[in-house]
Design a protein around this ligand. Structure first.
Ligand SMILES: Nc1ncnc2c1ncn2[C@@H]1O[C@H](COP(=O)(O)OP(=O)(O)OP(=O)(O)O)[C@@H](O)[C@H]1O
Length: 325
């Protein structure tokens, strides 16, 4: 498959001035300003193939949004090259604009005082979508997101989740081939997050859309992205399969136990590493091969009310990657 996004040695350096406190400080700044430089993105390179769904993760301030803004042409890079669908994003070619979308969970594109359907209609006109196609697409997207009944409601009256679903519909009306998603599920409840995840999965598969997703919710990344690019302090520190992030833990599992009466921590320690303990509840890290034998022993000898088995959370592998830097 062809590369749809190519990034080579991309760097973004922001220059700004130190602001001193108070009136005296402002006066001083007026005559002599101290220039500061922030290297938000530092020499990153990666390629993304057509139809890939890639997670772009990193701690706060790592450079994710800055990169997405450069990929969509909102910001110029300081140095480096970007090619998206054969276009240089900051040249803002009209053909390019018709083929991508950027959705930012913290920014609105819908008009606050109008019903959502009017903002959607505005996008129809901007993108020159014909009437029949518009009707069909709106119906299909609104049904999938279950928002047909709120199209007439003024945007300011909608809940955060409802608004986000409509923001996504507005951004996808022109059926973009490339989508940059910056925290689309931020602040949403679990049900809305799941609905949006299902929708994005469907859209990616149905239209072979290429999607680059940033999210601090690891469930979004785990559920949707087979590849993850990790950025930290402006540098790419991992680019590979999501499942390999926790490869160091490949032989580990977590057993969660709930007891009907208190169990001593010392007794549990013989089974593995205690990750959490609270008299009637415990989480123990164990070797995969021992799970069956340990569960048998635990159920035979302890007042078990409930138990569960899970993998080591993705966050832990990511933390190790951040710390390694
Ligand atoms: N216009 C600007 N001027 C100066 N510094 C900036 C500017 N925009 C961003 N930065 C800095 O660049 C760094 C990267 O910011 P960016 O928004 O890309 O991070 P992020 O990875 O998206 O973080 P978060 O997860 O918190 O959204 C931050 O330290 C930020 O303060």
């Amino acid at each position: 498959m062809n590369n749809c996004i190519e990034v080579k040695h991309l760097t973004k350096r922001f220059e700004y001035y130190k602001k001193e406190d108070g009136v005296k400080g402002s006066l001083k700044n007026f005559f002599k300003r101290e220039k500061l430089i922030k290297e938000s993105v530092n020499n990153i390179s990666f390629n993304i193939k057509e139809g890939e769904f890639v997670g772009f993760v990193g701690p706060n301030g790592a450079g994710k949004t800055t990169t997405l803004k450069m990929l969509s042409g909102i910001l110029y890079p300081t140095t480096g090259e970007i090619n998206v669908l054969g276009y240089i994003p900051w040249e803002r070619n009209n053909e390019f604009k018709r083929q991508f979308s950027i959705i930012m969970g913290q920014k609105n594109q819908l008009w606050w005082d109008l019903p959502a359907k009017e903002s959607l209609y505005l996008n129809k006109c901007i993108y020159g979508i014909d009437d029949e196609e518009y009707k069909e697409t709106i119906k299909m997207l609104a049904d999938l997101m279950e928002v047909s009944n709120i199209m007439d409601v003024q945007v300011r009256r909608l809940s955060l989740g409802e608004r986000m679903k409509l923001e996504i519909i507005a951004a996808l009306l022109h059926k973009p081939k490339v989508i940059f998603l910056d925290e689309p599920t931020i602040g949403l409840d679990m049900i809305s997050q799941k609905k949006i995840r299902n929708f994005l999965r469907y859209y990616n598969q149905e239209y072979q859309a290429t999607i680059l997703l940033t999210s601090h919710y690891m469930k979004d990344i785990e559920d949707l992205c087979s590849r993850i690019i990790v950025i930290n302090e402006g540098e790419v520190v991992y680019d590979g399969k999501s499942e390999d992030i926790n490869s160091i833990y490949y032989d580990k599992k977590i057993i969660t136990l709930k007891f009907s009466s208190a169990v001593d921590k010392e007794i549990l320690e013989q089974f593995g590493i205690i990750r959490k303990y609270d008299e009637c509840e415990a989480e123990i890290e164990v070797n995969k091969d021992d799970v069956k034998r340990l569960l048998q022993k635990v159920t035979d000898t302890m007042p078990i009310k409930d138990f569960g088995l899970s993998d080591i959370p993705l966050e832990e592998g990511l933390e190790r990657i951040y710390e390694r830097q």
